[in-house]
Design a protein around this ligand. Structure first.
Ligand SMILES: *Cc1c(COP(=O)(O)O)cnc(C)c1O
Ligand SMILES: [Zn+2]
Length: 442
């Protein structure tokens, strides 16, 4: 059975475009496109039958269906021939009960979805596998694509470089110079991508890469390309699957370019449309105060959306002032009883550290979501019995400078970290070590 899916304008213009066409925006109104699946056709299997298919494939080794994304291939990108799939067994990340951290907040049912436990250390792998696989098939079918390019705050370029290298396709990444972590810079270099470090911010890189896509025959891998969102959508499905097909009450997502919130929303809506779930969770998007255009719009009841110039934030992957997917995000929030929260630099750093004290190792973006969680609990929006999922978007090990400086009380804009834990530097004499140990034990 081959299922149908195509691109369609998100603003409602008529016209359908094949998923292997090089097209990013509606030719009539230049709004973003979205992938639309033929839902009637997908109803040829009952909800129970889909759940069984997904469960049978989940984390097994029948290639490529053990991948958290490709195990749901019919709902993601049904047109791909298996030989073109570029997969690194993405998805299937752990969803764990943050028991001790939850207890500290008065919550009994707090969970963290570790999307950063992934091939390149962030959730960007989930979307990139779909995009790069589609491009591989386009090239196999004779389309003249010379390379794949993206502008990035770090994680997208790492994912693109890895998947393109696995496929043998040229990758080019445009990064704001000095604004990504060392790990994020070295990942695409190691994978052989061309790395263009520009003296601008993400929004500046974005403007340039869009022009490269128009004029130089490179395929654009940014999240305005809705193929990626189809892969990221599987996070919502996987969370529900991991809860034995139960829906949580709240999902908290750090948001920058705002593609991921609409992706998760699309996943929940698709499950609802196909009868897999009967209710929707509430969604909170968490932004850094330094880059908070969605938060400001939310304060205004989404009456207006005004891009900002993003200021520097340790949550560098969401340092975006002019998010490309803001309309999709607002639509999602309106469907999901959504709220938007923000976190200052001190709030995000302390929130990450507080959760770390219960055994996690959070990246600054996850810190933003954790700070939002604290605020929602404090003002009673999240209630004691609610099942809450925090989306951890990247692996803390990609952000060791942030974490080291925090514990040395040397992090910019965080002059008095609440949970700093610097090493005790001692002479190697038993007596001084013993005295230090006694102090701790007292
Ligand atoms: C990309 C990214 C985000 C933001 O996702 P958007 O879809 O741009 O909102 C958050 N955290 C990390 C670690 C990311 O890499
Ligand atoms: Zn349109």
């Amino acid at each position: 059975m081959s299922y149908r899916a195509h691109f369609r304008c998100t603003a409602g213009c008529s016209g359908e475009y094949p998923l292997d066409q090089v097209i990013y925006r509606c030719p009539q109104c230049s709004d973003l496109l979205e992938v639309v699946h033929d839902m009637d056709q997908l109803r040829d299997r009952s909800a129970a039958a889909w759940m069984k298919v997904f469960d049978d494939r989940y984390l097994r080794t029948q290639w490529p269906y053990g991948s958290g994304v490709w195990g749901k291939k019919e709902w993601v990108q049904p047109h791909l021939r298996d030989e073109n799939i570029v997969s690194m067994y993405e998805g299937g990340s752990n969803l764990f009960w943050a028991e001790r951290h939850g207890r500290g907040l008065g919550l009994g049912d707090l969970w963290v979805k570790q999307c950063g436990n992934s091939h390149t250390g962030s959730f960007k792998d989930l979307g990139m596998t779909v995009l790069v696989s589609t491009v591989k098939q386009m090239i196999a079918d004779g389309k003249p694509i010379r390379a794949i390019a993206c502008a990035s705050t770090g994680d997208t370029s790492a994912a693109l470089a890895a998947y393109a290298a696995a496929a043998g396709i040229k990758a080019m990444v445009l990064l704001p110079r000095g604004k990504v972590s060392t790990a994020q810079l070295v990942q695409p270099l190691a994978n052989g991508a061309t790395v263009l470090a520009l003296d601008t911010d993400f929004d500046g890189c974005m403007a340039i890469v869009q022009r490269l896509a128009e004029e130089e025959g490179v395929y654009l891998a940014n999240s305005m390309n809705s193929l990626r969102l189809e892969g990221q959508k599987t996070v919502a499905i996987e969370i529900v699957q991991q809860f034995e097909w139960q829906v949580p009450d709240w999902v908290i997502i750090p948001g920058g370019n705002l593609g991921n919130v609409s992706a998760l929303g699309a996943g929940f809506l698709m499950m609802q449309a196909l009868g897999v779930i009967a209710k929707l969770p509430r969604i909170c998007v968490a932004q850094a105060e330094a880059a908070n255009p969605l938060f400001q719009s939310y304060q205004d009841g989404f009456e207006r959306f005004v891009p900002v110039t993003a200021r520097r934030t340790h949550a560098s992957a969401i340092q975006i002032g002019n998010p490309v997917s803001f309309k999709k995000a607002i639509r999602t929030l309106q469907r999901f009883g959504g709220v938007v929260e923000q976190a200052s630099e001190a709030e995000l750093a302390d929130a990450a550290a507080r959760a770390d004290r219960t055994g996690m190792f959070n990246c600054p973006h996850t810190g933003v979501a954790l700070a939002a969680l604290e605020k929602l609990c404090a003002r009673g929006a999240i209630r004691q019995g609610d099942r809450v999922v925090v989306i951890s978007t990247a692996n803390g090990l990609k952000f060791t400078d942030f974490k080291t400086l925090y514990h040395e009380a040397a992090l910019a804009d965080v002059p008095s970290p609440k949970l700093a834990n610097a090493p005790l530097v001692l002479p190697s004499h038993y007596a001084s070590v013993r005295d230090a140990v006694r102090k701790v034990l007292d």
